[in-house]
Design a protein around this ligand. Structure first.
Ligand code: SAM
Length: 283
């Protein structure tokens, strides 16, 4: 069949199956082949790769992935899309569709017999972007990279460094596990229906080992959360006020002194390395 990236073909398929878009599942389908080609290029998909696609929708990007990858696992929560995917992917014998919530799926179990390199590729449902990405990173799924379409603002937050208004707990959490690279900006008219916000494609290349050495990861992330929960306060106040932590201001000031950092610094000025050093001193 002709590709679904042709908007006319998408409209025909949606009519044929009388499909009703579900807002609660964040359904905005791609209708632009150039954008899909950019995603595949950013993800550097080859026949040696196993792709995990989160939310194939009616299979628009899946058609391209099936042509470029060795194998595709496409995980879709909406069972109303299953008959459509049967039809739109019938030409491809290397795609397995799984009707499951990605947040509940055991990915390691799914791919345990596969030999290729795992890469995650998705036009993500925006209502659960952060839980999906943090779940993939924190659970250390054995993927080489995660290339995803997200809200433009979320992509900026993931890539931001100290001094930027977008810098926050998400930037540090993502950058602890992976190296972010924004590969493209995508306007609303590339989707059906059009979202209200701009989008961007971001590739996260997982580090083989974290870029900083941390004795207690949980403590470091508690310190990060405490610093950004109260962005306008100094780091020592943020940490002191955190219900998750029990350090006194004096302990924080002493640790900052040891690191040669001004005691009145705000958390938003600290690098990942400095958060790592701080947590190593306090642990
Ligand atoms: N990949 C398609 C495309 O680009 O045209 C659809 C992308 S659409 C933004 C997001 C897709 O994720 C929808 O098909 C939606 O039903 C699915 N989805 C939403 N929540 C999900 C979840 N928790 N697990 C798996 N799929 C989900």
């Amino acid at each position: 069949m002709e590709k679904l990236s042709n908007p006319q073909v998408t409209i025909e398929v949606i009519k044929k199956y009388n499909f009703a878009f579900q807002k609660r599942f964040g359904q905005n389908f791609l209708i632009d082949g150039h954008v899909i080609e950019k995603i595949i290029k950013a993800a550097d998909i080859t026949k040696d790769d196993i792709v995990l696609e989160i939310g194939p929708g009616i299979g628009t990007m899946t058609q391209y992935l099936a042509e470029s990858a060795g194998k595709v696992y496409a995980v879709e929560i909406d069972k109303n899309l299953l008959p459509i995917l049967d039809y739109t992917l019938s030409e491809y014998d290397n795609v397995t569709v799984i009707n499951e919530d990605i947040l509940k799926l055991d990915i390691e179990e799914l791919i345990k017999k596969e030999k290729g390199t795992l890469k995650v590729v998705a036009n993500l449902p925006y209502y659960i972007t952060t839980p999906i990405i943090m779940g993939l990173l924190e659970n250390h799924i054995p993927a080489k990279s995660i290339t995803v379409m997200v809200q433009k603002e979320v992509a900026s937050r993931m890539q931001a460094g100290p001094g930027s208004k977008d810098y926050g707990a998400l930037s540090l959490a993502v950058q602890y596990y992976a190296e972010p690279y924004i590969a493209a900006n995508v306007p609303p008219n590339c989707f059906m229906p059009r979202p209200n916000v701009g989008s961007a494609v971001i590739r996260l290349t997982n580090w083989d080992k974290p870029p900083v050495e941390v004795k207690d990861e949980r403590l470091m992330f508690k310190l990060i959360r405490a610093s950004f929960n109260q962005r306008r306060k100094t780091l020592q106040n943020g940490i002191n006020n955190s219900p998750e932590l029990s350090f006194t201001k004096e302990q924080v000031v002493e640790a900052l002194k040891k690191l040669g950092i001004n005691e009145n610094i705000r958390g938003e000025a600290l690098t990942l390395e400095q958060f790592a050093d701080l947590s190593n001193i306090l642990s």
